[in-house]
Design a protein around this ligand. Structure first.
Ligand code: SAM
Length: 275
């Protein structure tokens, strides 16, 4: 059977007696117009390698395959194996299925040295830890096109001074250029979640900090935003306080929410140099 001849996603779910499970953060995109738009925003095409996390019923997977890309799909819910095996059979060798937890998946081993794009309608319950893993880990994708809860998407792209600005935005923007590319209302999903969603596209920066600097950045942002109302000289007291902040060229009386990404990188560097 070819991709075009496959039953609709709803028919496939029914034929396999599958329904969404809350524990796996399952909210499905069954409208191929939406999944095709995400595949377009991912800017992938013929011969590109894509790692997709959480294919579920395979709507986004189908759209990615239609672009001509080669897809490696990592799914935790074994119930989807028979349905996804039918999709793999229709994909003529361009879909590889991996059943396991994306939090512990070794993407470098999956990609086997080939550059790979990450595309996913992420499970809400593990979206942020997965993003942190891809931003700070030793393996770097070519690009990341990811659906999050809207509130998380806003935090990823937030600018200093905004209420959404925090650790996630600093780490994401230090490692990548990040921009929102699509909104998706809750009603676009089956079953609909309680909140709206948005797709963010992230492209790793040429000056992406080393894993050691990103680790230091995680520590200073945890301390600074852990007490975001305090001045840096107090919130960073255990890491060096006023001396550390001055060495980084920042005002010890500044608060975390006003410090830009460059400022946090300077704090991370000053802290690494002080140890
Ligand atoms: N891609 C499908 C779509 O757009 O309709 C499903 C998206 S649904 C929001 C999230 C998917 O991620 C589900 O299929 C779920 O089983 C899977 N999932 C949840 N936790 C996972 C994990 N830790 N590793 C891999 N897949 C996971």
């Amino acid at each position: 059977m070819s991709l075009e001849a496959l039953p609709t996603l709803r028919e496939a779910l029914e034929a396999h007696g599958l329904w969404a499970k809350k524990a796996f953060g399952q909210h499905f995109l069954l409208d191929l117009n939406i999944t095709r738009k995400i595949a377009r925003l991912a800017e992938v095409g013929d011969g590109d390698l894509v790692i997709e996390v959480g294919p579920g019923p395979g709507g986004l997977t189908r759209a990615l395959l239609e672009t001509g890309a080669q897809v490696i799909a990592v799914e935790k819910d074994e119930r989807f194996r028979p349905l996804l095996e039918e999709l793999a059979a229709a994909a003529n060798g361009r879909l590889t299925l991996v059943f396991g937890d994306a939090l512990t998946t070794d993407e470098a081993a999956l990609a086997a040295g080939r550059p790979a794009h990450l595309v996913s309608n992420l499970p809400y319950n593990v979206g942020t830890p997965l993003l942190i893993k891809w931003l700070t880990g030793p393996w770097t994708p070519v690009s990341l096109t990811l659906m999050f809860q809207k509130e998380v998407a806003e935090r990823i792209v937030a600018a200093p001074g905004s209420g959404a600005y925090g650790r996630l935005g600093v780490i994401a923007q230090a490692a990548c250029d990040a921009r929102p590319v699509m909104d998706a209302p809750a009603r676009a999903f089956t079953p609909p979640p309680k909140v709206d969603s948005a797709v963010v596209r992230l492209e790793p920066r040429a000056d992406r900090p080393s894993p050691q600097r990103l680790d230091a950045l995680q520590k200073v942002t945890a301390a600074a935003f852990g007490q975001r109302r305090k001045m840096l000289r107090s919130s960073l007291k255990v890491m060096g306080g006023e001396a550390l902040v001055t060495t980084a060229g920042l005002d010890p009386a500044a608060r975390a929410e006003m410090v830009d990404v460059k400022g946090f990188l300077a704090l991370a560097d000053a802290w690494l140099a002080s140890r």
